[in-house]
Design a protein around this ligand. Sequence first.
Ligand code: ADP
Length: 444
Amino acid sequence: MEETLRILVVDDDDVDRMAVRRALAQAGVKMELSEAGNGNEALLAVQHTTYDCIFLDYRLPDQDGLTLINRLRASEIKVPLVVLTSQGDEQIAVELMKAGATDYLAKSRVSSEALAQILRNAIRVHRAEMQATLALQQLKESHEQLIRKNQELEKQRQQIQLQNLKLLEASRLKSQFLATMSHELRTPMNAIIGFSQILLRPKFGHLTEQQTDMVERILNNGKHLLMLLNEVLDFSKLEAGRLELKPELFDLTTVVNTTVGEMNSLAEAKKITLELDIQLQNTWVFNDPVRIRQILINLLSNAIKFTETGGVWVEIQEISDNVIVIAVRDTGIGISAKDSKHIFEAFRQVDQTLTRKYAGTGLGLAIIDSLVRMMNGKIFLESQLGIGSLFRIELPRQISPKSGAGKIPALNMDGENIFFSAHNPHHSSSPPRRASIRHTNLKL
Ligand code: ADP
């Protein structure tokens, strides 16, 4: 051992102490050696000095080695302890080791080799023990740290859960408020619409041209407001899971023709074309005609609203016996890929400023999304800024009679039901058409 070791020899016999000192010196141990003649002196010495090893005579005048070891260990003094026993003391060696002795050696066997060997071993064992204790301590500390972290995380989780509950409650209250308000506003709005219609009838007396113009404006604005209110009401019903589909067997061409016909005046007012192309071998579907009409009106009013030049095309076709496609294509402003991800979320509009050019609640697509989900259908969107958009909806020819019962899990787009593409909408990815009976090809 290269380092200088601090060694304490505890023995009342001068000769024995000298024997140990000499043996260690002969072994070439570099050391600072201290000596104590009894147990109390030894206890005093260890309080002031940290030793690398203590050689301890088992038989001391004031106490035996076992008592001293017990007292040393009780005072948390961790030092290698080698007990030097007399002939016949070996039987108690086991007791000594149990009490905390590192090793023992019979005095009769003390030699430079034996002492050096036992010293090296004792120090090695002691250091290994110290390292193990340290590692254990560190492990305990990191374990405690982990427990603390876990407790913090658990606290945070509970806080988040609480926040979530508060948010859910706030959202429920908001939906309830929306539903109540739109419901309450519909009654006076219906009166405004009804009475303006009555005023416009000639049998209630003639209005001047200016008065007619004013009443017509009241009527048109009233209708527009009623449509917005209905959207809000539908949305809150969908959110609360209270909207149910009422499926029935009906001729899809009739509903589509009427709906597209009704939207024609809007297209005309903007001087854009509106064309309808229905290619169906079987025109009958089992679905909710009111909701199919609502989907078409929403898509068409958007297409017309966001198109300044060019036109809007509606295509109805079947891609298999059981799947019907409703596609609305326009040459309008288009939607960027970034915005496409959000426009199906409620209240989301590409332009959300108050000064925006295009009016609307931002609920139309969210409602379509929910309705299509309820019908077990899919929505595909292809769009390119400045070129136009194509909304393509695939629906089963026959929806399940129970569709719509229960709450729709999410009104928002979560990628599950809507498929986006930023391709040129004029090169639609729809499959090639089958030979089919062309019902209509209207230039409206
Ligand atoms: P609203 O039309 O009432 O704003 P929607 O939910 O129907 O709400 O549409 C959400 C947004 O999606 C619109 O505000 C618009 O930014 C965009 N959008 C929808 N349809 C089209 C379309 N055909 N062309 C361009 N943008 C569209």
